[in-house]
Design a protein around this ligand. Structure first.
Ligand code: FAD
Length: 470
């Protein structure tokens, strides 16, 4: 039995990056009303529970909502990110989303925000339950329910470990690293993704000897060098990098050849040149971060941890004895989830998914723009071909091809193209101001000339591949 009922045009489930970016463009281009329902106490999604030293791994310049800048578009002068666009910390991202909600969304009366609430959709009936009082509201949704939690990933603070830990072994989530108050006999970092890189860098920066760190990373990954994904005053370099990618994509004769070409062109990087990466999760890293991480040479690959015992690690394929009492740092949460792709627009429903890989804010914001400006579901879906977050190295091939096809499709529709070119959330925003630079103009011409061939070749390469395990 419901305590009260309410009517709105849209009910957005989840006030993370996806829900916020969608809502911002929807209300910016229509006068429709939105109710945002969020389990957590504040907007910002997983950033509310992130580890204290987390930062965006890409520039703030193209993250967040379209209508508000995140940060000051500063170029960092020191540290691993020197010479590159600033990256917001987790706290800065949260403050930003709070301000967007309070000073922008709610101020104009189009958006109602219900934090600490669970939304349940059952056979067209929408019920929102307060997690504090248990009171239930039934919501009448005049237009659509927007699933902005479809891609919600597991994070270290909340995930379930896939291995056991004995009571007398010391194993902490990466979030607790800053609270350690008892010296450890070395650190054993578990996980091969971006979180484990952040944990290793944080340990090194805080005076831990690289030889005191053991890094268990079952698989190695390819990374996007951060200098190749820079917007605005540096967008010219991004156009030049894009041309190098298109050239490699057009000429490669096999997946392996493609990755060799991309690495040689500086378009992808890896930690260890003697190990062929099998993973690609779209993470960016600066070249100096990778250099620092290469100082850690105690790396265990290809083995999965089953159990941590006081004096040893139990792997799938045998045990490894440890000395003293090391501290295990769990960085194994999967972060990005990869549910099956489904149409973005359906009758009564929007499911936010990536439209351009690596640009979650852009994808959600464009989805909001398409919803605000079009009624026909078939046309909406034609403009919003969904992709998935990449997992394996070979996923690079299909997401890059899908992205090129999507860009070509948007270029044919005037208002969409002008939104895509104008939004601050597009990596190449500001690119047109660089076209008078000869190298940039030449790179743009290369991309135009080889684009079709690259798409055809990427399609062929992905068809040639054996399916990989995920
Ligand atoms: C540590 C970390 C760093 C990252 N760094 C970057 C980066 O630098 N750049 C980048 O592009 N991406 C990055 N990502 C990827 C990240 O997934 C996206 O940037 C983005 O934040 C995901 O937003 P989301 O809204 O899809 O999901 P979430 O942030 O998970 O938000 C979904 C929200 O839905 C809520 N919810 C779920 N079910 C319900 C329900 N039934 N009722 C009410 N509320 C519900 C959840 O509480 C949650 O707050 C990072 C991810 C992690 C984990």
């Amino acid at each position: 039995m419901s305590d009260s009922t309410t009517e709105v045009d849209y009910l957005v489930i989840g006030a993370g990056t996806a829900g916020m970016a969608f809502t911002d463009t929807l209300i910016g281009h229509s006068d429709r009303t939105v109710m945002m329902v969020e389990r957590r106490h504040a907007p910002g999604g997983h950033w509310n529970d992130a580890y204290p030293f987390v930062r965006l791994h890409q520039p703030s310049a193209f993250y967040g909502v379209d209508s508000r800048e995140l940060g000051n578009n500063r170029i960092d002068e020191t540290g691993y990110n020197a010479g590159l666009y600033e990256r917001a910390s987790g706290l800065e991202i949260l403050a930003y989303y709070r301000s967007v909600m309070e000073d922008h969304f709610r101020l104009f009366g189009q958006v109602t925000f219900l934090p600490m609430s669970d939304a349940v959709v059952d056979r067209g009936r929408v019920a929102v339950t307060s997690r504090l009082t248990g009171s239930v509201r039934e919501i009448t949704v005049r237009r659509k329910v927007v699933d902005a939690r479809y891609l919600e990933g597991a994070i270290p603070a909340t995930h379930r470990r896939s291995f056991d830990v004995d009571d007398d072994a010391r194993c902490i989530a990466v979030n607790d690293l800053v609270r350690v108050d008892e010296a450890a006999d070395g650190f054993i970092v578990l996980g091969g993704g971006k979180t484990s890189m952040d944990a290793c860098l944080w340990l090194l920066d805080n005076g831990v000897d690289p030889d005191a760190i053991t890094w268990i990373r079952p698989r190695d990954a390819w990374f996007l060098p951060r200098d190749t994904v820079q917007p605005r005053v540096k967008a010219g370099d991004t156009i030049i990098s894009t041309a190098a990618i298109v050239e490699a994509a057009a000429s490669a004769v096999s997946a392996r050849d493609l990755f060799e070409r991309l690495e040689a062109a500086g378009s992808l990087s890896r930690l260890d040149s003697s190990v062929e990466p099998t993973m690609y999760r779209g993470a960016t890293a600066s070249r100096s971060e990778l250099e620092a991480l290469r100082r850690i040479t105690r790396v265990i690959r290809g083995r999965r941890v089953r159990r941590i015992v006081r004096d040893r690690i139990v792997f799938d394929d045998g045990d490894l004895m440890t000395t003293g009492r090391p501290l295990y740092v769990d960085c194994t949460a999967s972060a990005l989830s990869v549910p099956p792709v489904r149409p973005v627009f359906e009758d009564g429903r929007v499911t936010i998914q990536p439209l351009l890989a690596g640009l979650p804010s852009f994808s959600a914001a464009l989805t909001g723009y398409i919803e605000a400006t079009r009624e026909d579901t078939a046309e909406q879906n034609r403009l919003a071909p969904p992709s998935r977050y990449p997992v394996t190295a070979n996923d690079w091939i299909s997401i890059r091809r899908d992205g090129m096809l999507a860009l070509a499709r948007w270029a044919q529709v005037d208002d969409v193209q002008s939104w895509v070119q104008r939004t601050r959330l597009n990596l190449t925003s500001g690119a047109e101001t660089h076209m008078t630079e000869p190298r940039v103009a030449e790179a743009a011409a290369t991309t135009r000339m080889l684009g079709k061939l690259a798409v055809e070749n990427l399609t062929k390469l992905s068809l040639d591949l054996e399916p990989e395990g995920r």
